[in-house]
Write a protein that binds this ligand. Sequence first.
Ligand SMILES: [Zn+2]
Length: 333
Amino acid sequence: MASSKITLPGRARPRRLRRTQTIRDLVGETEVTARELVMPHFVLPSASGTEPIPSMPGIAQVGIENLLREVERDLELGIRAVLLFGHPDIGGKTPDGTAAAAADGAVQRAVGRLKGDFGDALVVMTDVCLCAYTDHGHCGVLGEDDVDNDATLAPLAAAALSHARAGADVVAPSDMMDGRVAAIRDALDSQGFADVVLLSYAVKYASAYYGPFRDAADSTPASGDRKSYQMDCRNVREALREARLDEQEGADMLMVKPALAYLDVIRAVRESTVLPLAAYNVSGEYSAVKAAAANGWLDEPAVVRENLLAIRRAGADQIITYHAREALRGRWL
Ligand SMILES: [Zn+2]
C-alpha cells in the first residue's frame, strides 16, 4: 500500500500497540490481582457441615471447621481477605435481632478461630447487619410502619462491637441506616477498638441482583421490601451524598453495591473521595454468569476476567467477589 494513500491523522496507528500479547501486556492499563480480592463466606453456627446454595453453584454455607480449611486453601491462592456473614442458631431470630451481637455467635466464633490460626496474614471483615437475625427479615428494628432508623443504631453498634471483641480487623455495616457509621465508630472508640477499620456499605442500592444471596443468608424480608432504606437505582447524586456523609461520620473505606450495573456510580464515587473504595460483585451477578456458562452460552473464564477488570477500571480498589477462588485457581485473570 502506498504511503501517499494514508489519511490517518499524523502517523497514528493504535493497532501497533495491540499487535502481540506481550506488547498488549506492556501497555495494559488495568489489572486484577489476588491482593484486591475479598472472598465472602456464609458461616453456619455448627462446627462442620456444608450446605450448598443451589442458586450460587460452587458456593456453600459452611460450618466453622470447614471455613478454616477453605480459608487456608484460599490463602495459598493469595486470597488474604474474607468477608463473613452469619446465621443465628435455630430459633435465634427475634424482632430486634439481638443474636447479631452474641459473643458466641457463628461470626464471632469464626472470627476468633480465623485470627487465632492465621493472625495478620488474613484480613477478617465482618458484615454488620440485623437482617439474618430478625424474625421479620428487615435490616433494622420495626417501628410503627417502617424500620425505625434511630432505634436500630444501638443494636447495630452492639453487633459491630461484638465482632471487634472477637478480633475482627474490619467491620462493615450494610444496613443503610442514617447515622450508623458515627454510632459504630463511637461505640468502637469508647470501648478501646480505635484500630478497627470501618468499611461502610455507603452506597447500597435496593437491587434485584441480591436474589440468590437471600437464599444464602436466609434474610428475605417477611413482608415489604428494603426500598425505604436502600438506594433507588435511578440515582447517582444521592450516592455522592451518602458517600460524603459516611466519610464525615468516620468511615475508613467505602463500598458501592452491586458493582456491574453500577459502574458509573463506582466511577463517580471514586472521583469524589480519596478513601479506598470497594465494590461488591453480588450474588445475582455471579449466578447470571454461572447459569449462562452452564448452558454453554458464555465463556466463563473470559467473562469473569472482563467483569472484574471492568469493576477495577471503573475505579474500585477492592472487589468482593464469589468468583475470587475459581478465578485465581484457574488463572483466569
Ligand atoms: Zn441487612
